[in-house]
Design a protein around this ligand. Structure first.
Ligand code: NZQ
Ligand code: ZN
Length: 385
């Protein structure tokens, strides 16, 4: 029986030239901190466009939020905000900058050690500074959700939190701002968005045809436009549709009221924390192996996926499932994201180490039925080799 609450307060401002709208979106008297990454936003002119739109407001910068944003770096932003009495944050970048900004927003007024935010998955957050986003990389959906993933180098940990207090007030999505993305990041974005849909769709049927058809539409759109986004880097229509698809893949709508898996992500985060692989690379490795190992629990949805997303209609059930998993893997490879540990120089000795980290982080009952124990995670990891 469908039974859910859906809440999403983020305003989306979409289209070429939409950065100018910051002039109205940011409160006129705000003391703004603009947070960004390693310099792409500065090099390609996005930052200049943002600062022009902010006009006469007090604006300071915080540079250097790295991919897989680190607690250590973000705490420096927290100090700057406290010292300079800033009161509005603007994230300019991809998922890492936006996630980092969410953490900073929650940490500034947090009573206690801010690392606790991660240890308690955000449950104790009572307030956060208001913030907006200017998205430059379609992938994570962070621009329209209340989740964030933060790494702490000293602990080799990559943990996530969520809170209704860290929804962005608004997100500006200008597809032309993605034209400078390296191919690797475009491909990562396609794979990440695809796997976000799969985490919420490929579980078991609960009589939710709206969510199912919506998810299948997003998957098919990504299959269609993923290769085009690589082949035509400055095609507005393709980039616009990729951006909107990635946002909707993780803004809560397709997941409303349905079971969700997220085991691929939890295992993937451990792989990034240990070996530094890009987030999407870890997903491309884990998802095909996980679907194969979970074929009994996910049988009905795997068959639906095979028929509706890949138009696979012949053969036995197992043959159709095999074919759907093979098509999934081939799709990731076709956009240039490799799908085996060996492709990244990771060997069998990684498996017990990753299992130990999953255990240390309490990831011992994963999946849509919370029945994925460490023994099953081990089998999945072995199938990634
Ligand atoms: O740092 P700069 O110089 O800006 O370069 C970035 C970075 O190196 C570059 N880039 C971004 N926009 C660009 C650009 N280069 C040229 N032109 C542009 N327009 O791209 C590189 C990767 O950026 P990053 O933000 O790390 O990528 P992504 O958006 O894929 O974010 C990945 C992070 O998001 C987390 C991941 O775990 C990872 O830490 N996730 C967040 C989620 C969420 N909040 O809901 C869900 C996801 O599952 C994911 O876990
Ligand atoms: Zn993801």
């Amino acid at each position: 029986m469908l039974n859910f609450e859906y809440y999403n307060p983020t305003q989306i401002v979409f289209g070429k030239g939409s950065i100018a709208r910051l002039a109205k979106l940011v409160p006129a008297d705000a003391r703004v901190l603009v947070l960004y990454g390693g310099g792409s936003a500065e090099r390609n002119g996005t930052l200049a466009e943002v600062e022009a739109a902010l006009g006469q407001r007090t604006v300071q910068r915080f540079a250097g939020i790295e991919a897989n944003p680190s607690y250590e770096t973000l705490m420096q932003a927290v100090e700057q905000i406290r010292r300079e009495k800033l009161d509005f944050l603007l994230a300019v970048g991809g998922g890492s900058v936006i996630d980092g900004t969410k953490f900073v927003a929650a940490a500034v007024d947090y009573a206690g050690d801010p690392w606790e935010i991660l240890e308690t998955y955000g449950a104790k957050i009572k307030s956060a500074l208001p913030f907006g986003c200017v998205l430059t990389l379609p992938a994570t959906g962070s621009e329209m959700n209340s989740f964030s993933v933060i790494s702490r180098k000293s602990l080799q940990a990559k943990l996530s939190f969520g809170s209704k207090h860290v929804f962005p007030r608004f997100s500006v999505l200008d597809p032309t701002r993605t034209y400078t993305l390296p191919e690797r990041q475009v491909a990562n974005g396609v794979v990440d968005a695809f796997v976000h849909v799969m985490e919420q769709y490929l579980t078991y049927p609960v009589g939710a045809p709206v969510q199912d058809r919506y998810a299948e539409g997003l998957l098919q759109t990504l299959v269609e436009i993923g290769p085009l986004a690589l082949a035509k880097p400055d095609d507005y229509e393709v980039r616009a549709n990729l951006m909107w698809a990635a946002t909707q893949a993780l803004n809560g709508l397709i997941g409303a009221g349905v079971p969700q898996d997220w085991a691929t992500h939890m295992i993937g985060h451990e792989i990034t924390a240990m070996f530094g692989l890009d987030h999407a690379q870890t997903l491309a490795i884990v998802l095909p192996a996980l679907l194969d190992q979970r074929r009994a629990a996910k049988r009905d949805k795997l068959l639906q996926y095979a028929a509706r997303v890949w138009q696979i209609d012949s053969g036995s059930d197992d043959e159709r499932i095999d074919a759907a998993i093979a098509r999934t893997r081939a799709f990731f490879e076709s956009v240039g994201v490799k799908t085996r540990f060996g492709d990244y120089g990771i060997g069998a000795d990684a498996v017990p180490r990753l299992i130990a980290q999953l255990e240390a982080h309490g990831m011992t009952a994963l999946g849509e039925r919370r029945d994925m124990d460490l023994a099953l995670s081990r089998r999945v990891l072995e199938a990634c080799l």
